[in-house]
Design a binder for this molecule. Structure first.
Ligand code: GLC
Length: 544
């Protein structure tokens, strides 16, 4: 059975590579022709060794073996548990469409259709990410683009001073406006455009913002470790606009969009099979298209004329779910004491309950907290200087990816990483333990990430299509896609032989694809759609 790979065979064959290949072939042939299971739920009562994809490199002393058993128990999300989570997820998604002030806020974006792929124009795009500030000139060529290339992009990336994360609204927007000014003059755009004939600006703001209109966004709460005073509860578009005006910059902010909406629209611009835009990176969130009707989005407030127009044109609205806040009460999520500590010590305890278990910002920190716990109980790194390990957030998701990706003979890469980042020299058993920890944290994350998407698909009866995902976890973690796809198959009951085996390879009916550049191209397409909509006289969610 393919999930029950005989790890003991793998492990004991390490010194005999040819024999290893021989067994590997047998196992895989066996897998595809003889015992292909009819269910993906093969996770009944395995030990962590059976569940693990890792080759064993060292025996663990009994006390560490016991710890791993415990951790495996706490971190493993079984198929039944996945289903329980998805059920609750579906309810919370619905609550968010019905009423304001729910865990999952289901923010209206006022993006009222998928793109045709033929949107055109030149736009300035601004992306306020977690670590960088990016400014781009995006030229959209539509379907006539040369060699099928529908856009051209010129960009500059400016590193965000980490201090900004804890500064004030003045510091933030002055910094952003100064950056825009530098960009405009370095590209000669300040000569090309005037305040009377300004360059349209599309702004990616990747935090939960309530939008009364497409060029407005009231920040509800900072997420992803940001804690800048004076912004929550305010319209960030207005705050930025004021600074642009102060400087007399020839820019007009025409739309603001979440990164998930940007990812979906950028991807749909090129790939009509796109159904969802998702970010599995520092944060975790997704967007999809919901029918714009009173019954589908009861909380939406439109004028009678606009409801009529929505019905006549069968409009849909992109919804930024903000589902990182799923289950803030932690009713169904598999929360460990390490997750609790992360939450307690975060700038906003009790918020982003789901994100804190599944997103890139936190995975490395969970790993660190487990090691600290084991150090405190004198189980690992005895007699070594652990001061570096004591520093919060010293390890990022890249650290875990590299450990999982390490194929060097004696895991030299992992040893070097420990030395470089933590000043530690792990023994074989500590390497073995760390590899398994990296795996179980990442597997839990990927399986949870599948839950949000499964819930959207079930609520909207989406049975096939592409989930366009961006973010460091989706794109840089070597095993994320497969793990995510397998879990999705478990939840959506892709039980027949073909779908199950396809899910293993992320080739199921709902497939994870790499998103196009949402915060550059995506928001530019949204700006083009907004301009075009205004020209057609559809002012739903636009400034009149
Ligand atoms: C956080 C933000 C959300 C964003 C996500 C991915 O969850 O609240 O707006 O989409 O991170 O960046």
């Amino acid at each position: 059975m393919f999930n029950l790979r005989p790890v003991t065979v793998f492990t004991s064959l390490r010194p005999f590579p040819n024999l290893f290949v021989f067994y590997f072939l047998i196992i895989n042939t066996h897998k595809s022709t003889i015992t292909m299971p009819t269910s993906l739920d093969l996770v009944g009562k395995e030990s962590w060794r059976q569940r693990s994809e890792l080759e064993k490199m060292a025996d663990l002393p009994p006390e560490l073996e016991k710890e791993l058993d415990r951790l495996d128990n706490e971190f493993w999300v079984s198929r039944d548990k996945l289903k329980e989570i998805v059920k609750r997820f579906q309810e919370e998604l619905e609550d968010g469409l019905r009423k304001h002030g729910q865990n999952i806020s289901m923010n209206l974006s006022w993006v009222l259709s998928m793109p045709t792929g033929d949107e055109k124009g030149t736009f300035l795009a601004l992306d306020l990410g977690g670590t960088n500030l990016r400014v781009c000139i995006v030229e959209l060529h539509g379907k006539e683009g040369k060699e099928g290339k529908r856009h051209t992009l010129t960009q500059e990336q400016y590193k965000l001073d980490p201090k900004i994360k804890e500064s004030t609204t003045e510091d933030l927007w002055n910094h952003v406006a100064d950056t825009l000014q530098t960009f405009l003059s370095s590209k000669g755009l300040d000569k090309q455009y005037t305040p009377d004939s300004p360059m349209p600006l599309a702004f990616t703001f990747s935090y939960p913002a309530l939008q009364d209109r497409i060029d407005h966004g009231k920040l509800v709460t900072w997420t992803k470790g940001f804690d800048i005073s004076g912004v929550e509860g305010h319209d960030v578009a207005a705050q930025l606009r004021a600074k642009i005006e102060d400087r007399g910059l020839p820019i007009d902010l025409v739309c603001l969009a979440n990164d998930t909406v940007g990812a979906m629209i950028a991807s749909a611009y090129n790939d009509p099979a796109t159904i969802i835009g998702a970010i599995f990176g520092t944060g975790c969130n997704a967007a999809y298209m919901e029918e714009l009707s009173k019954s589908s989005i009861p909380k939406a407030r439109l004028s009678d004329d606009d409801w009529k127009l929505a019905e006549k044109e069968a409009l849909k609205m992109a919804i930024n779910c903000e589902y990182g806040a799923f289950d803030n009460e932690r009713r169904v999520l598999p929360v460990t004491k390490y997750d609790e500590q992360i939450d307690r010590e975060s700038p906003r305890p009790g918020e982003q309950g789901f994100e804190k278990l599944s997103a890139g910002l936190y995975l490395g920190e969970i790993f660190r907290l487990i090691l600290v716990d084991l150090v405190d109980r004198n189980l690992v790194f005895k007699d070594q200087d652990v001061s570096q390990l004591q520093k919060p957030y010293t390890l990022d998701t890249g650290f875990l990816s590299e450990i999982e990706d390490d194929e060097t003979p004696r895991f030299e890469k992992t040893r070097a990483l420990f030395k470089e980042k933590l000043g530690l020299e792990p023994r074989d058993e500590e390497i073995e333990l760390s590899r398994r920890l990296a795996e179980l944290i990442a597997v839990r994350g990927a399986r949870l990430c599948a839950c949000g998407i499964a819930a959207i698909c079930l609520n909207s009866s989406l049975e096939s299509g592409h989930v366009a995902a961006d973010g460091s976890v989706a794109n840089k973690h070597p095993k994320f896609k497969k793990r995510w796809a397998k879990a999705l198959g478990e939840v959506l009951d892709w039980e027949d032989r073909e779908k199950a085996s396809h899910a293993q390879d992320n080739e199921g009916p709902i497939k994870l694809t790499s998103a196009e550049d949402g915060s550059g191209v995506g928001v530019a397409v949204i700006a083009a759609m907004t301009v075009e909509r205004r020209e057609r006289g559809n002012f739903i969610g636009l400034r009149r």
